[in-house]
Design a protein around this ligand. Structure first.
Ligand SMILES: Cc1ncc(COP(=O)(O)O)c(C=O)c1O
Length: 356
């Protein structure tokens, strides 16, 4: 058997939506983007959403809209993809790394509190692997210290915290539609969500050369727009995202049952969380040996992420994060996508059992 780690979904509706755009002659700033933005905002439960060119662009724009500049500090987890923090450095700010909660792998609110200084301006909680962060204490700290909360929801389309969708709980939410994500535009794309009219207006302008009018640039912006083809595919994906997340949760439940009792740690879903299992991550001793064994049996796995951000050459920071540093040695992501069959999941689990 050969088990893919993740799998993209393409159907005839998606193909037709692309051809419709190609035939329309309108490739940027058309009605597909406007419709997608309205539909995504409804899905997310926010007043606005603004389509952009990637998840990285979404985070950069969110930080720009919050006025992050040289000397400002932004608190982020180190256990995440590099793009959570790289935009902070591009704006001249400093990412300040906080440790994670050992069960959910998301930022630990008590460590956020310890990392706050006079220069702190924002917090970026990351809903890693599709499990939401514990947002109430984060929002309380932010309110008390007057900090912006920018949710990195790039792995958490449709995840919920106490019934509220990821991306609708802080000041701004940032999503990626990269091909491997729960929801994708089958290329590069992202979206920003917010309930603030003011931030939405600013982000819309910032992603479009700071335009007020065609050749009147009121603020300094960039071209970080989403094009019509990707917006059209996004609209199609949005029709499936809830059903795909449901399937991911079923796959996770099967993994949980089959791996129960083995010498490994299965993912946690907090009582207040709706996990959407962008990744199904176990923790196991001798992780690398298990990955090699599974690979020999045709099972693809991954490590998300082997090197935490405070140890990355491009953003080295002299900080000790004990939970992060321990977890990254043991985490292993198993195949996870909505098209996985029961037999495939069982095959993965049988081989893990055998290896252990
Ligand atoms: C947690 C996280 N943040 C940010 C990003 C950046 O998104 P993109 O690749 O669309 O720029 C990703 C995805 O790659 C991600 O997983």
């Amino acid at each position: 058997m050969k088990i893919d780690f993740s799998k993209m979904y393409v159907d005839d509706d998606i193909r037709s939506s692309v051809i419709e755009v190609l035939n329309s002659g309108r490739y940027v700033k058309g009605e597909k983007l406007g419709s997608f933005e309205k539909e995504f905002a409804k899905f997310c439960g926010t007043k606005h959403s603004i389509g952009v060119s990637s998840g990285t662009s979404a985070i950069l724009l969110a930080l720009m809209a919050q006025g992050i500049k040289k000397g400002d500090e932004v608190i982020v987890p180190a256990h995440t993809f590099v793009a959570t923090a790289s935009p902070i450095l591009f704006l001249g700010g400093t990412p300040v790394f906080a440790d994670i909660d050992e069960n959910t792998y998301t930022i630990d609110p008590s460590d956020i509190e310890r990392k706050i200084t006079k220069s702190t301006k924002a917090i970026i909680p990351v809903h890693l692997y599709g499990h939401p962060c514990d947002m109430d204490p984060i929002n309380e700290i932010a309110q008390e210290k007057d900090l912006a909360v920018i949710e990195d929801a790039c792995q958490a389309h449709g995840a919920a915290y106490k019934g509220k969708k990821a991306g609708s709980i802080g000041d701004i939410g940032c999503f990626s539609f990269f091909p491997s994500k729960n929801m994708t535009v089958l290329g590069e794309g992202g979206i920003v969500s917010t309930n603030s009219d003011e931030l939405a207006k600013k982000i819309s302008m910032l992603r479009d050369h700071g335009r007020k009018d065609k050749y009147l640039h009121e603020i300094l912006g960039l071209n970080l727009r989403m094009d019509e083809i990707h917006a059209a595919i996004g609209r199609e994906s949005l029709k499936h995202i809830s059903e795909w997340n449901k399937k991911r949760r079923e796959v996770a439940a099967q993994y949980n049952r089959s791996l129960d009792g083995l010498d490994l740690v299965i993912p946690t879903e907090k009582s207040w969380a709706e996990h959407v299992y962008h990744l199904y991550v176990i923790r196991v001793k001798e992780r690398d040996k298990l990955a090699v064994y599974l690979n020999e049996k045709g099972v693809s796995t991954g490590v998300h992420y082997p090197v935490p951000l405070h140890k990355q050459p491009c953003m080295l920071a002299d900080v000790h994060l004990p939970v992060t540093e321990r977890c990254v040695e043991e985490i292993l992501s198993l195949p996870m996508h909505p098209q996985l069959s029961r037999e495939e999941v069982e095959y993965v689990c049988d081989n893990i059992r055998e290896a252990l």
